[in-house]
Design a protein around this ligand. Sequence first.
Ligand SMILES: Nc1ncnc2c1ncn2[C@@H]1O[C@H](COP(=O)(O)OP(=O)(O)OP(=O)(O)O)[C@@H](O)[C@H]1O
Ligand SMILES: [Mg+2]
Length: 452
Amino acid sequence: MVEELAVLKRKLEREKRARKAAQALLEEKSRALHDATQTLSDANATLEGRVHEWTREVRATHEALKRRAEELSRSQQHLARAQRIAGIGSFERDLRTDEVIWSEETYRIFGIVPGATPPTRQEMLAFVHPDDRAIIETSIATHEKGLSAPPVEFRIRGRDGTIKWIYLELDVILDYEGNSTGRIGTLRDVTELRAAAASQKELQRQLQHSQRLEALGTLAGGVAHDLNNTLVPIVALSKVALEELPEDTPVRADIETVIRASERARDLVKKILAFSRKQDLVQQEVDLALVTREAFQMLRASLPATIEIVEQIGEVPTLFGDAGELHQVVVNLVTNAAQAIGSKIGSITVSLWPSDEASSHVGGTGPSVNLSVADTGCGMDEVTRDRVFEPFFTTKGVGRGTGLGLSVVHGIVTGHGGKITVRSAPGEGTEFTLSFPALDQHETRVQAEAAA
Ligand SMILES: Nc1ncnc2c1ncn2[C@@H]1O[C@H](COP(=O)(O)OP(=O)(O)OP(=O)(O)O)[C@@H](O)[C@H]1O
Ligand SMILES: [Mg+2]
């Protein structure tokens, strides 16, 4: 019994020790767990902090990228707008991939919708005018050899069919080692620029022409003036000599020839003087209807009967000008008309009419007086028509025409603030139409000029 009790007691002791050990182990495990939980929680906090930080960084990067994208888009828009204003397009070709980029303006220059696939080199060459393709090919070939080529100008026919002049400049794109990896170019639509340059050239030509005419006028005027002085005694003394010669002497015929020739020379001198405007002008109120009728009275006698004269002379307002000069205008125009009809049967129609509207006379905005001289003569081809007002231009033989008639007419008409136009075709006759500002219109103009 005592023994059993002792065994039981030992067993109890063992269990007690075992429980204690288990308790200690549990405590130890619990501490470890606590430590692990703590570590985990620390790690979690660190991680959360990191995630927070990363999120902030990502957000900042995203913002920066967004700003960059906006800046890029703004600068692309700026470039596109600048190219559009300047009419300059650009393109780039990557020689390694053959990839091509065109700017919007380049598309526009070629008349292609922006964003479409850029044409290949062959397709691009198809746009170029056949006569200009060689220029482009030479320029590209020079670039492909790594050499620089001067800018070139060529024509293209856009998709919309318009012909444009393009100024092309090419440059080579190099990598870090200096190898050529691509080609960049700018294209400029210079169509309008070329047109402006051409019209400037034409203006220059016209200016030179009128300067030459002015110089010629001055020279001719000087010569004519001296010649006129020389002719006065010849005509006057020949007439005196003729009067003093007996009726039956054969010398009379010679003197008469001298007088006729001198008078012809004097007429010519008068024309030259009028052309160079060295004559004294008598500016006053003039009735062009009266001047025209008087001129006709004088001309009628010298015109052949085969030429019918049709007068359509209406009442017109007066002009401010020189009656003598205006008389000369009618005489010159009718004489030319009669010469164009020659010995054939024909008619000359002279019309005079007023118009209230802003008419075709130079700078005109008020009433005008219009005169036209139309004939059924031989007419003129385009080359002649373009040159009729040129001094000394004549199609008549030597000794028959001086070519000064119409230049004198032109000078007188413009001197009166008027305008002259011609309509003619071979075999279809000719019509000269003149338009002068009426007197009140002239006064208004003078007043306006004085007020300006
Ligand atoms: N009515 C017309 N019909 C056909 N041709 C004309 C007419 N008027 C002028 N011409 C052409 O214009 C040219 C120049 O005319 P313009 O009057 O200036 O000189 P011209 O008649 O030849 O010589 P001039 O008048 O000095 O005797 C003429 O030679 C002629 O060829
Ligand atoms: Mg003439």
